[in-house]
Design a protein around this ligand. Structure first.
Ligand SMILES: [Zn+2]
Length: 258
């Protein structure tokens, strides 16, 4: 009973502290839930389920060079490697197991609407200023889900590039918006799977080079026509709704990316 009393005391202390401190004081068994999603078990190689898929969305930006973490709900070697890179990037114990410490970091990083802390739905929705997720080839909810996946990759890129802001100048575009800006007829922007990115602290080439490790299978930057003032990143390899093959396409000749 003494142990329980101490635990209760620890919880009471934790509740009196700001949010960031709670995870540190109450380390186990399960980190506190948030308004978005709560994991109820540890995840590691061999496990599968919708909770694995939720994890895969959030570590997709740690896929490694020219690779992707498929959102298949199966915790395989690539998910393991991505979890390890996530842990490394945030100074956690590196074991490839998603447990209380990893979850606490994810809860800290995500907002109640499931977007990562430094990006928002409003930043990624209709690039022509009208807002919303409709008017493209997919349902609004599918488009929004794709945008969420994109944002978690961007959050990883932001971390990788030194925790400085990244700015999305164009995200999802409806058909009308895409026509208005002269986008490609089957642009990934129509699906919510892409973003045009700029930074004040990293050069466009630094952004483009980093994107190669963030699960982005489409990268277009300096030296590619009309891409000298931003870097376009997308997830075309994971897009089964477009008319294109699921392959990697990179071009930023001025950055040595071909
Ligand atoms: Zn673009």
């Amino acid at each position: 009973m003494r142990v329980n009393t101490l635990k209760r005391a620890a919880v009471a202390i934790a509740l009196a502290l700001p949010g960031a401190a709670i995870a540190a004081v109450v380390a186990a068994p399960a980190a506190h839930a948030d308004g978005c999603y709560t994991w109820n078990r540890n995840l590691y190689q061999g496990r599968s389920g919708s909770d694995v898929r939720e994890l895969q969305i959030r570590v997709a930006g740690w896929a490694g060079n020219r690779d992707i973490v498929e959102l298949d709900g199966i915790f395989g070697p690539k998910t393991h490697a991505a979890v390890r890179r996530f842990q490394q990037a945030y100074g956690l114990r590196v074991d490839g197991i998603a447990g209380p410490e990893t979850y606490a970091k994810l809860y800290e990083l995500q907002d109640n609407d499931c977007t990562p802390r430094h990006f928002s739905y409003s930043e990624l929705d209709d690039g022509c200023g009208r807002g919303g997720w409709s008017g493209g080839p997919l349902s609004a909810s599918e488009t929004r889900e794709n945008a969420l996946h994109t944002m978690w990759k961007l959050e990883a890129m932001r971390r990788s590039l030194g925790d400085e802001p990244l700015y999305v100048t164009s995200g999802f575009r409806s058909h009308a918006c895409n026509n208005q800006v002269g986008g490609a007829s089957d642009s990934q922007h129509l699906y919510g799977t892409s973003a045009d990115v700029v930074s004040r602290t990293s050069s466009l080439c630094e952004v483009a080079r980093d994107a190669r490790n963030r699960g982005f299978s489409g990268i277009f930057g300096p030296g590619y026509p009309d891409h000298d003032d931003h870097v376009h990143v997308d997830s075309r390899r994971e897009n089964n709704d477009d008319g294109a093959s699921n392959s990697t396409s990179w071009s930023a000749p001025d950055c040595g990316i071909g």
